[in-house]
Design a protein around this ligand. Structure first.
Ligand code: SF4
Ligand code: SF4
Length: 412
């Protein structure tokens, strides 16, 4: 049976503090959910969802830490006080500072939270180097274990086939340093990598880019009048498969770029664009939770305000449609990769444009430069490219030849 969750648009009074409001996967709109006033918008996490077969029950809105800096401990503590219990990190975030901040902020609370970290591996990484990376993260986090340890930004199935990873994971689990393993993906060959990870049965969790702007059903349902082409039926399929197999699904990049547009004229009844975007993600019963970078106590409050959602609210489709209309022709769909075969130099155009998103949409030039520096196929070739062979290759109308070159000039 296909559950058409995209059509589940409920009224503004959907935040009732009732178990009925969080009945996941039932596919039934609860009349009780329509009784709550918008004034009852939660300031605390309202829903903890099972993370696949792991048995962890994590806050549906969880903490992304990619931009944490020393001094940001108060943001973490505020999120904890609001009921957030899942804190995502990675060794590369702010050069390790992020993990240190999390460790300090959550000292004494370790038994009340789930902590994760990630490491970037290659097909040739050996078990000892991966273990050394994990131990560095544990030191910075001030803990003896992480609940989920991810292969970070996986863009190559060869990385997932490396037997050294499994040797490492087996040993680390035996030593109590990790409980579960996962794969995170927001880069090239996303679908291939996630399919492999899920089918292998060796990973417990996937963390993948997923938002309304990547989902064909959003365009079919709400934007019929626009000349958009939605090419990513793969992501909903992969997320559904993961769910069916008991693999936990956490969504990231849920804001379709999180561009700083002024959406306030269209925000009604106190609901904001991020909350609408989160409701889109959480209304897919195959998604267990989402992580989002929280940069201030105010953003924590705003984001946590969408907790407990299992459907869109009345004004959400309009809000999301307006955002998509404003940004669709400049937003690179993470994991798409359609244009990349057109480039004779093998530039990883999607990954280049993801770094551009950090710089221009998130306004975080440091993060963008760090991520750009990690790319093995950056846009240096664009500086000398006379063919401009990628021009016109993006079905969404992105001027890849111009954007890739200017990204290189900005971030190299
Ligand atoms: S530029 Fe267009 S075709 Fe290329 S990866 Fe991004 S969305 Fe896909
Ligand atoms: S401008 Fe040339 S080198 Fe750059 S991505 Fe396009 S085809 Fe490749």
């Amino acid at each position: 049976m296909v559950f058409d969750w995209t059509r589940r648009v409920i009224g503004r009074r959907d935040f009732v503090k009732s178990a009925a409001a969080t009945s996941l996967g039932a596919g039934i709109f609860s009349p009780l959910a329509a009784m709550a006033s918008n004034d009852l918008r939660p300031t605390r996490i309202e829903s903890y969802r099972a993370l696949g077969r792991t048995g962890l029950k994590i806050s549906d809105i969880s903490f992304g830490s990619s931009r944490l800096r020393m001094g940001d401990e108060g943001i973490v503590r505020h999120a904890f006080d609001c009921g957030v219990n899942y804190f995502d990190s990675a060794e590369t975030y702010t050069g390790g500072e992020s993990e240190t901040v999390l460790g300090k902020a959550l000292a004494g609370k370790r038994d009340k939270v789930f902590l994760t970290s990630k490491t970037i591996t290659t097909p040739d990484s050996n078990r000892d180097s991966i273990m050394a990376a994990l131990e560095g993260s544990l030191r910075r986090l001030g803990t003896d274990h992480v609940d989920v340890y991810f292969q970070h930004a996986c863009n190559d199935v060869a990385r997932l086939k490396n037997p050294e990873w499994y040797e490492f994971a087996g040993r680390a689990k035996q030593q109590g340093k990790i409980r579960f393993t996962g794969v995170s993906g927001h880069a090239g060959r996303l679908h291939e990598s996630l399919d492999y990870a899920i089918d292998s049965g060796k990973f417990d969790v996937i963390l993948c880019a997923y938002n309304f702007g990547q989902d064909p059903r959003f365009y079919q349902r709400f934007l019929r009048g626009f000349d958009f082409v939605a090419l990513q039926p793969e992501l909903p399929r992969i997320v559904a498969k993961a769910h069916d197999k008991g693999v936990g699904v956490i969504a990231m990049k849920t804001l379709m770029g999180g561009r700083i547009n002024d959406m306030s004229p269209y925000q009604k009844d106190g609901a904001t664009f991020p909350q609408a975007a989160f409701r889109w993600v959480l209304s897919n019963p195959n998604v267990n939770a989402l992580i989002v970078t929280m940069t201030s106590p105010a953003t924590v409050d705003e984001y946590v305000g969408a907790s407990g959602a299992t459907a869109l609210r009345e004004g959400d489709p309009d809000l999301l449609s307006r955002y998509a209309a404003a940004n669709s022709s400049s937003y690179c769909r993470i994991g798409c990769g359609v244009c990349e075969s057109s480039c004779p130099a093998g530039v990883a155009i999607g990954e280049v444009l993801r770094s551009r998103m950090y710089a221009l949409d998130y306004k975080d030039r440091d993060l963008a430069k760090r991520e750009y520096a990690l790319l093995s196929a950056n846009a240096a070739a664009c500086l000398e490219c006379s063919s401009r062979a990628c021009a016109g290759a993006c079905p969404y109308g992105l001027e890849t030849e111009r954007l890739a070159e200017s990204t290189h000039r900005m971030l190299a």
